[in-house]
Write a protein that binds this ligand. Sequence first.
Ligand code: ADP
Length: 261
Amino acid sequence: MTVLPRLDLAAIDPAGTGPFADKEAAAAQLAVDAKAIGALQDRLHAEGTRALLVVLQGIDTSGKDGTVRGVFGEVGPIGVAVTPFGEPTRTELAHDFLWRIHAAVPRRGMIGVFNRSHYEEVLVVKVRNLAPAAAVERAYGQINDFERLLVETGTTVLKFMLHVSKDEQRKRLEERRRDPEKRWKFNPRDLEDRGSWDGFATAYQTMLDRTSTDWAPWTVVPADRKWARNAIVADRVRKTLEAMDPKYPDLDWSGQEFSVP
Ligand code: ADP
């Protein structure tokens, strides 16, 4: 395994804007990138041999849903499959933690987006002590092996950690409570998790240290400014699809003797 540069959460400013000077510049680039992602997905679908999996992780209010809307809004509804992972059901708990995940990975030709993912096993499960420590410890290697299997069988894996500050989360949670159109999203459990802020920060850092691999690297995305967050993710998704360079099948019907009635 190649040693990747360490992603140090404490050194990454959640209010950062990446390569974008201001909101206007980011919005303009996002519009271009979102369209390009739509066109590239069409080629991926026509080619039909490979898939892209985009994993979104981040604490409550980090903007996972908003990222999906902003980045994949130009992909036709048939081309992208978004799967949210909440608390496991009884059936899911009766299996290994990757069972429900593997069932949801994108089929060839598709972009799959995970809103939360198998990483909950080394985040919420670890912080709330929902499984024995030894099982969590084993999960890092199991995740790396699983992602390697996906990559070796034709699925490119991109992982984004949406990095929001404690102060910005307070603002967003308060807004959720106040705004009648956002109140439905408010869950007292979110406050409990906020109470474990340091535990989650440590678990996220360990996750980055142990699961950022050369076959499935993490990108830490500053998420205090929604416009920067979306533009940074879109830029990475577009560049990844461009590097995959999916091609329309080279079909030539010109020598065939038939006419369309
Ligand atoms: P979100 O907060 O992502 O908008 P929900 O309100 O449905 O969506 O919350 C999902 C909840 O499920 C989160 O609190 C998350 O920590 C929890 N969750 C996800 N995966 C697991 C898991 N494997 N074990 C326990 N809890 C999980």
